[in-house]
Design a binder for this molecule. Structure first.
Ligand SMILES: C[S@@+](CC[C@H](N)C(=O)[O-])C[C@H]1O[C@@H](n2cnc3c(N)ncnc32)[C@H](O)[C@@H]1O
Length: 292
């Protein structure tokens, strides 16, 4: 039995990081291992031959490194939060077929994986929820999903490769609602500047046949987020490729150059927003920016 992902849709974008993690595990086994990505790819009714050609070039392999590193970074942020909130809700926004909850599960936290209903239908077959885990089929712009989250032990939200597909106003609305619904929670996600979003649209979307989808959301200066809500108590930013661990010595010269390019010209970063503990609280905003 093979499972279908709708072609040329936002949902199809989940194939890119999933396949990237599989390719990365094969080419960089010292850096990444993701046996579940390999298993899931083999169970999809999807022709990977074009993606394979695209990803096995040096530039394509760099794309695979990016998505695998992004999963590492966001899992790191979740684990950090769980150190002080072991029973927290761990919420994967736009989860696709990513199994980060299982990689961070400490035996006490609660996992929520949210994506469009058709993606969740496939997920329920390939990654059925385990103990303390729930898969929710819902549009993130419909905030009823928030009612399902038990945040009594705290909450850490993460979105990997998701907000690019949202209009900026929709991102702003979502973040504001989350900040007032989940005081004290943390939200971590990846983003890049406008140049990066254009490159992503050209190479990873149009170039991969996903022609009806565009990368819309970008941040030239992530610190603008500070002005979005007075319920954000801090906004911090780290380099996506080098902020969490240094893979630099383990990659070839071309990939080293690409890492520098992504840091300096595309500003690929992981942003972490901490919501104020009190929904009515005054913010005491702090922020840092890496790379400088
Ligand atoms: C590039 S994929 C990333 C998947 C996963 N986070 C990963 O890293 O493997 C983007 C995912 O976001 C989901 N998505 C995009 N917009 C969404 C929305 N409004 N509501 C729910 N899911 C959404 C898509 O269906 C897709 O699974």
């Amino acid at each position: 039995m093979k499972y279908h992902i709708e072609k040329n849709s936002i949902q199809e974008t989940l194939i890119i990081p999933l396949f990237g993690r599989k390719i990365c595990s094969e080419h960089f086994p010292d850096l990444f291992s993701d046996p579940s990505a390999e298993r899931i790819c083999s169970m999809l009714d999807y022709d990977f031959s074009e993606k394979q050609k695209l990803m096995e070039s040096q530039a394509g392999l760099f794309g695979a490194l990016e998505v695998a590193q992004r999963q590492y970074d966001l899992a790191f942020e979740v684990k950090e939060y769980l150190k002080s909130h072991p029973g927290a809700a761990v919420v994967n926004l736009g989860c696709g077929l990513d199994d980060t909850f299982r990689k961070v599960d400490n035996g006490q936290c609660l996992g929520y994986n949210i994506d469009m209903p058709d993606v969740i239908a496939v997920r329920n077959e390939l990654l059925p929820a385990v103990e303390r885990e729930v898969n929710l089929g819902c549009d993130l712009n419909d905030d009823t999903w928030m009612n399902e989250i038990d945040a009594s032990g705290g909450a850490v939200f993460f979105a990997s490769g998701v907000f690019y597909y949202f209009e900026t106003d929709a991102v702003k609305t979502l973040f504001r609602k989350m900040a007032s619904r989940f005081p004290g929670a943390v939200l971590a996600f990846d983003c890049c500047n406008r140049r990066g979003a254009k490159m992503m649209t050209r190479t990873w979307l149009k170039g991969a046949g996903i022609t009806d989808v565009n990368a819309l959301f970008s941040l030239d200066d992530p610190m603008i987020l500070k002005s979005w809500s007075n319920h954000f108590s801090s906004v911090t930013v780290k380099s996506y490729m080098r902020g969490y661990r240094d893979i630099y010595p383990k990659v070839n010269f071309f990939h080293k150059l690409m890492i520098r390019f992504c840091d300096s010209l595309v500003k690929m970063v992981i942003v972490k927003i901490t919501f104020d503990k009190s929904a009515n609280g005054k913010s005491s905003l702090s922020g840092n920016y890496y790379p400088s």
